[in-house]
Design a protein around this ligand. Structure first.
Ligand code: FAD
Length: 405
């Protein structure tokens, strides 16, 4: 019988295993992950999980019995250390092995470390795993103020959760606006105002020079402007780096991610890569794309499972993403980098609006706050590449939904 080995038991690896069985694959499946326990979801870790009692079961993507019932071998707690491509075998750190006919690399990404003095002191947190979220939750209960370094999605979600717990929060961000890498200026401004209104002290356009440490414990940060911001807990959220080492050592192509083709195959056709670790060709002219989202992890997993069970299909899903901060639910459809024209539909003041983003008259993506209908319509429009003009987007009487039918 054919054997599929999946390395990485996060969102993508889990979905690949489940989806293979869902497509009727009856060969052997091994899901190998270095974290302990069953695969779990990460999005709650920077949201509700931070202000509720830690409950791992609530994060689990499936209970343990699911894996036995579906004959998915779950080997967790030990990393894969090496790929032997010629033998079609992976080797774990303890020397145990697994043979494959097809290998799926779903190794995800890890937090980018902040290279400043003091970053390894007690009270300094990163957030990627359930264990890290639990450590942070405990610290947030015990501390009297928090500094968040990095105003990306995770940093700002943590700031919102901390404010919900009544904790004074300062956010320090090197760029001139929050979430600048992913969002339009309009949306960044909206979220700046929202955080200020909730009492967050937002310091933009300045980095952190060092973390102040007293007796081994973080006591605050010194910014590049020379200012000291006292705090007894620090969260660093400055992005991630893809886990590509296994692929690199096996001489697969790597360029900010494990490079795959439109069918998610690496330079070795028996090896595919999916999720946060994979760099794949974008559908238009944007070159290689690497996305960090549940949608991408899940849809790429389904795509490779379909291929391995006989449906030849390229990966073409419309990207979408969400973030929750206070009462504002952000949803993004498409990729908005390279936008030359953006149009607001709805009311920014009321916190219910969308930003439609165009390049050379073509719709690239839509950012929505508390406008789930706009978001769903946008996903459909982008999927069928329906033409929409900036004028139509701006006109609230223009019915997005009906224009699709
Ligand atoms: P991961 O989930 O990171 O899984 C990879 C797994 O592989 C990890 O368990 C890793 O330890 C393991 N691994 C790595 N190397 C090895 C090895 N050599 N051997 C064995 N195992 C290995 N996305 C959204 O769309 N919306 C959100 O609101 C959102 N919120 C998020 C909040 C937080 C706090 C975080 C951390 C992420 C969030 N994301 C969100 C992103 C989303 O969770 C990721 O895009 C998704 O988990 C990617 O899945 P993945 O399987 O590619 O990677």
């Amino acid at each position: 019988t054919p054997r599929v080995v999946v390395v990485g038991s996060g969102q993508a690896g889990f979905e690949a295993a489940v989806s293979l069985r869902g497509h009727g694959f009856d060969g052997a499946i091994s899901l190998i992950g270095d974290e302990s326990g069953v695969p779990y979801q990460r999005p709650p870790l920077s949201k509700a999980y931070l202000h509720s009692e830690p409950d791992r079961d609530s994060l689990a993507l499936r209970p343990a019995r699911y894996f036995t019932e579906h004959d998915i071998e779950l080997r967790c707690g030990k990393p894969v250390a090496r790929l032997h491509r010629i033998d079609r075998r992976v080797e774990l750190v303890d020397g145990s092995t697994a043979d494959y006919d097809h290998l799926i690399l779903a190794t995800g990404a890890r937090n980018r470390r902040l290279p400043v003095p003091g970053a390894d002191a007690a009270g300094v947190h990163y957030l990627r795993t359930a264990a890290e979220a639990e450590a942070l939750t405990a610290q947030m209960k015990a501390c009297s103020s928090l500094v968040v370094i990095g105003a990306g999605f995770i940093g700002l979600e943590v700031a919102a959760a901390a404010r919900k717990n009544g904790l004074p929060v300062t956010v320090v961000e090197a760029m001139a606006r929050p979430m600048a890498r992913a969002l339009t200026e309009t949306m960044s401004q909206f979220y700046s105002s929202l955080h200020l209104a909730h009492g967050v002290d937002l310091r933009l356009s300045t980095g952190v020079e060092r973390i102040v440490v007293d007796d081994g414990h973080a006591r605050g940060v010194i910014t590049c402007d020379g200012e000291t911001i006292p705090a007894d807990a620090v969260v660093i959220g400055i992005g991630v780096v893809p886990n590509t080492e296994l692929a690199e050592h096996a001489e697969l192509r790597v360029a900010n991610g494990i490079v795959v083709d439109a069918h998610l195959r690496t330079s070795d056709e028996r090896i595919s890569a999916i999720g946060d670790c994979a760099a794949f060709p974008g559908v238009s002219d944007e070159g290689l794309v690497r996305l960090e989202s549940v949608q991408n992890a899940v849809d790429q997993a389904r795509c490779i499972a379909a291929q391995l069970t006989g449906t030849e299909t390229a990966y073409r899903s419309v990207p979408w993403f969400w973030s929750e901060q206070y009462e504002a639910k952000l949803q993004i459809a498409g990729l908005t980098t390279g936008t030359d024209t953006s149009v607001v539909r709805g009311s920014v003041a009321d916190g219910a609006f969308s930003v439609f983003c165009f390049r050379q008259g073509r719709l690239l993506g839509v950012e929505s706050v508390n406008k789930p209908r706009d978001h769903m319509a946008a996903r459909k429009m982008l999927a069928c590449t329906m033409p929409l003009t900036p004028e139509q987007a701006r006109d609230v009487d223009f019915d997005l939904k009906h224009s699709l039918s």
